[in-house]
Design a binder for this molecule. Structure first.
Ligand code: ZN
Ligand code: ZN
Length: 584
């Protein structure tokens, strides 16, 4: 094939470029995936001005000879998709074929590559090859993309702020690093290191490089399998709460995929351990026979469908849930190291872990040198306890601010939020009663008449059976009104009327994907809140002891139904550090 032919194609690609190459991140993605295909064990991504001035990807993979180096920029010049069938087997990197040609048409490229000790240099400007020559021999390939979109001003204008470009590159590199812990990745922008993984095939170390030691210390390892799926990875303690779903990462056969249903299931497994609208940090790899998945590959994303999806969801849900069920989840007050304390004002000395991690996930974390800490995390382990032993034995001393019960044992001091604790206990009782309803009902001395708007009344009328099956006696009563004659026994005593109204409101406001389990759950947490002692309510020492014992027998003693903590912990050692009794 003559060079001219290829150049014509390159020019033609300019038009198509916008479809594949939209952002700096799409260029980085293309180049990094080429490096992975070339079996690189080390990939450096160096950006200048978030990639808008320069994107340089350096790898130690198999380089190209002169002919291949030129052909790589031709249309369909890909070695990746060999057959149609490959598209369905996500062991290959999937889509593409003309991406490099497209990138070449809208930038200035310098390619240095080496194969069998023969180095090649190729320079392309706006799709025109301006130089092909011999180059020094080295291992691997250096691909330098300069001045992206310099010849397509409209596209250039379209680019977002440098910050946004950098954030989306970082997001991509984070995910590819998590899916390839065996590859050493370095990402820099203007010579500042953003990410640095060690390539030792240790997923936890990669998590550490991306999220930092404070989150890494709070990751739990999970492993499970059924006939079709093997899952393994790490899930964070519920106290890690992020504001976006972006930190829930699912891999299939070590490839990042998108499946919002899987993300939802993962978040659901944390229900009532944390607020539902806060998200955990999760990296789960799903191993599956490629014939059981259907992959839809786009230039910018990869959607996936599973056969036997229900089984997979069940496996993931149960595995996470069981993991949380077997460990102690009391957030510990973190006392910073002595040498750090000396340089900081006193009020910064301690903070709650769960407050600390509220930052927006758009804030990518600049990784510090963690070399001495990485040893520590390898031995980090959460002790599994028998269900009812997870809440340690502790002795109440008194209440402060009418709200927090102070307790102690030989290990340290606990603060328990009496409302949150009571709420958890009542929630589990209510949920239990709602799930196993008895036939008993209580007749109201004076039947209750309730009036609703047209709309509400229609919805309510449609659901009268549903309510009456729950042992209410509710009938239509004149225009837009109902009469309540009796109610089930599980309504909170002395709060019956309000509770009846609340139950009906819940039915009227039910959402599209209404289901009985969610309804019961909402109802149980609403009733629990109503039934539970409020702050500033005086309780005796004996009542405190009973409260702790009741809490201990809960399925999840550590959070109220809304996911807030019931109890926090100061270890004795931490207290000694705070009072400078130790640590010198
Ligand atoms: Zn409450
Ligand atoms: Zn609550």
């Amino acid at each position: 094939m003559s060079k001219i032919k290829i150049m014509d194609e390159l020019l033609a690609n300019k038009i198509a470029a916008g479809e594949v190459v939209e952002r700096c991140a799409s260029v980085v993605k293309e180049l990094v995936e080429n490096s992975i295909d070339a079996k690189a064990s080390e990939i450096k991504i160096e950006l200048i001005e978030a990639g808008t001035k320069q994107i340089k990807v350096i790898d130690n993979g198999n380089g190209m000879d002169k002919e291949d180096a030129v052909l790589a920029f031709g249309r369909h010049a890909t070695s990746k998709i060999k057959t149609e069938e490959d598209l369905y087997r996500i062991e290959t990197l999937g889509f593409r074929g003309e991406a490099l040609a497209s990138i070449a048409s809208v930038s200035e490229i310098v390619l240095k590559t080496c194969n069998n000790n023969v180095g090649t240099l190729v320079q392309i400007n706006g799709g025109k090859i301006i130089n092909i020559s011999n180059d020094e021999a080295r291992i691997g390939t250096i691909m330098e993309i300069n001045n992206l979109f310099y010849n397509t001003p409209a596209r250039l204008k379209h680019m977002k702020s440098l910050y946004t470009e950098l954030a989306s590159i970082t997001d991509y590199v984070d995910k590819i690093a998590l899916s390839h812990p065996e590859i050493r990745f370095t990402l820099t922008n203007n010579n500042n290191v953003i990410l640095n993984t060690d390539g030792t095939n240790n997923l936890l170390k990669t998590i550490n490089a991306i999220y930092g030691i404070n989150i890494t210390k709070k990751m739990l390892e999970i492993k499970a399998e059924d006939d079709d799926y093997i899952i393994n990875g790490y899930v964070s303690l519920p106290e890690i709460q992020r504001s976006s779903r972006n930190t829930i990462i699912t891999l299939v056969n070590n490839r990042v995929v998108r499946n919002s249903e899987l993300n939802r299931i993962i978040n659901d497994a944390y229900h009532s351990y944390k607020p539902d609208n806060k998200y955990p940090v999760v990296v789960i790899n799903i191993e599956v026979d490629p014939s059981l998945v259907d992959v839809n590959v786009h230039p910018t994303k990869m959607d996936i469908k599973f056969s036997k999806f229900e089984e997979l969801k069940e496996l993931i849900f149960k595995t996470i849930k069981n993991k949380l069920k077997n460990i102690t989840l009391i957030p510990q007050i973190e006392i910073e190291k002595e040498e750090v304390i000396n340089n900081k004002p006193l009020y910064k000395e301690f903070k709650l872990n769960f407050d600390e991690i509220k930052e927006d996930t758009e804030n990518y974390i600049i990784n510090e040198d963690l070399s001495n800490e990485s040893q520590e995390i390898l031995t980090y382990n959460y002790e599994e306890k028998k269900e009812k032993e997870r809440l340690p034995i502790m002795y109440p001393i008194g209440v402060i601010h009418g709200t927090y019960i102070i307790c102690q044992n030989e290990n340290g001091m606990y603060l328990m939020d009496q409302h949150a604790a009571k709420e958890r206990i009542n929630y589990e009782i209510c949920l239990n009663k709602l799930s196993n309803p008895s036939d008993d009902k209580i007749k109201l001395l004076i039947p209750l008449t309730l009036e609703y708007t047209n709309n509400e009344y229609i919805i309510l009328s449609e659901n009268l059976d549903f309510l009456n099956n729950m042992n209410f006696d509710i009938e239509q009563f004149g225009i837009n009104s109902v009469i309540v004659k009796s109610h089930p026994t599980w309504l909170p005593v002395n709060n019956e009327i309000n509770s009846i109204k609340k139950v009906i409101d819940l039915v009227i406001s039910k959402e599209k994907n209404f289901n009985l389990a969610t309804f019961r759950d909402n109802l149980a947490s609403t009733m629990a809140c109503k039934m539970s002692i409020k702050g500033n309510e005086k309780i005796t020492l004996e009542e405190m002891e009973n409260l702790i014992n009741d809490l201990r027998s809960c399925d999840n003693p550590f959070n109220c139904p809304h996911g807030r903590p019931t109890i926090i912990y100061y270890s004795k050692a931490d207290l000694e550090k705070l009072f400078k009794r130790s640590g010198f």
